[in-house]
Design a binder for this molecule. Structure first.
Ligand code: SF4
Length: 399
């Protein structure tokens, strides 16, 4: 390998994160506490948190200075993807700043009701790839099992907004049996991803009933759970839940994180409990305009995730879901983030940046190009600093 020159790359300094980018410090108290009469025991109880979710503008006004636009949008969200925010997640919001990254994810704006010509009702064509109710079979060896349409907090950019946030129902026994029968009959399925909505909102015994049924299928090698609950309702991660989940290894969990401000002491505790139960944890992050689209913010998030034993797994280009254009960035923004991570930090902190192809093509990785040319066994590459190297491949071995 030899150095034969260098090329200029666009550069953005990697200093420490600015105050504006990070938002107010994590766990800072921002507003009066309207739940001051709740006991600590109640606050720490996930069922209390769910029961006290904020769904209207009036109670939210007690803790935030809502803009007129936010008030109108919350009212307008009724009958569509509803607004619902756990007291825990609401307490992370900045009282005065409607651009607070936590606030922007959970409180609708009127932009949500603008439809772009590119918006799609079902951006990843999940319904087309659904052989039975509640099951999506896109890739040959794995399926997605949707067990509920309920979430602790409704993310305004949700790709599944056509399904979540209205009825708050779970899969029926009959639907589950039909889905499991399909998995049983389809021998190539080795991996089942249980998602929703949020499967960790189910009671332990209900979730265990589903996991156990899937686990009984002999050719299912691994079970995965996709969830945002450790972030929006970390109180849900209890000893009884982790004791139940650890019976079904190999079981993996993908957690949806968006911003470093989400990583509080409660989230650290929840992830530690899952990790102590032997569950490998990965993160999934949607790239969101004005929320996490700066390389410094994303780098800080990835570093915080490693510290709580969550391996950064995917950054998603925001799907073409209805009413989400204001959250979408150019694809180049995501490519630039990977450029600013790869080589500049621990490899474990570098996720794959993917576009879930509209129309159901699956996840397509996109990223910086490091191969400059390849010809007659010689590959010319550039590294993260823009320095150019040659790699000589072995002679062809013939047929
Ligand atoms: S938690 Fe997931 S499924 Fe629920 S609203 Fe957020 S992105 Fe959608």
């Amino acid at each position: 390998m030899s150095v034969s020159g260098s090329i200029e790359l666009p550069r953005e300094p990697f200093g420490s994160i600015s105050k504006e980018e990070a938002g107010p410090p994590v766990e800072e108290e921002h507003q009066p506490n309207p739940w001051k009469d709740a006991t600590q025991e109640e606050w720490d109880d996930w069922r209390w948190q769910l029961k006290h979710r904020i769904t209207r503008a009036e109670p939210l006004k007690l803790i935030l200075n809502l803009s007129q636009e936010e008030i109108e949008a919350i009212e307008a969200s009724k009958g569509r993807m509803a607004t619902a925010i756990t007291p825990y997640f609401a307490k992370l919001m900045d009282r005065n700043d409607s651009n607070c990254p936590i606030r922007r994810q959970a409180i609708p704006t009127m932009q949500e009701f603008h439809l772009s010509p590119h918006d799609l009702f079902d951006p990843c064509a999940e319904d087309e790839n659904s052989p039975v109710q509640g099951l999506v079979h896109r890739y040959p060896d794995r399926v997605l099992l949707l067990v509920t349409d309920k979430c602790a907090v409704y993310c305004r950019y949700c790709t599944r907004r056509r399904l979540v946030g209205s009825s708050e129902k779970c899969i029926t026994e009959g639907e589950l049996d039909e889905a499991v029968a399909y998995i049983q009959a389809t021998k190539k399925i080795r991996d089942v991803l249980i998602s929703g909505g949020d499967p960790l909102l189910l009671e332990d015994d209900h979730l265990e009933g589903i996991v156990a049924k899937v686990k009984r299928v002999p050719h299912v090698e691994i079970i995965r759970i996709g969830t945002r609950v450790p972030v929006t309702l970390p109180q849900r991660i209890t000893l009884s839940l982790t004791a139940m989940l650890k019976k079904y290894h190999p079981l993996w969990i993908s957690i949806h994180f968006s911003h470093p401000k989400e990583i509080t002491k409660e989230v650290r505790r929840a992830c530690a409990m899952l990790a102590e139960a032997g569950i490998p944890l990965g993160s999934q992050t949607v790239l969101l305009r004005g929320i996490n689209d700066r390389p410094t913010v994303m780098k800080r998030l990835m570093h915080e995730l490693l510290k709580i034993r969550v391996r950064p797994y995917y950054i998603y280009q925001c799907d073409l879901a209805m009413g989400t254009e204001h959250f979408r960035t150019p694809v180049a923004v995501g490519i630039n983030i990977i450029e600013k991570l790869r080589g500049h930090t621990t490899g474990y902190a570098v996720p794959s940046f993917v576009i879930d192809a509209p129309g159901g093509g699956g996840k397509i990785p996109v990223g910086p190009t490091y191969v400059i040319s390849q010809d007659k066994g010689k590959m010319v590459l550039r590294n993260y600093q823009g320095k150019v190297f040659e790699y000589q491949e072995p002679p062809s071995q013939g047929p």
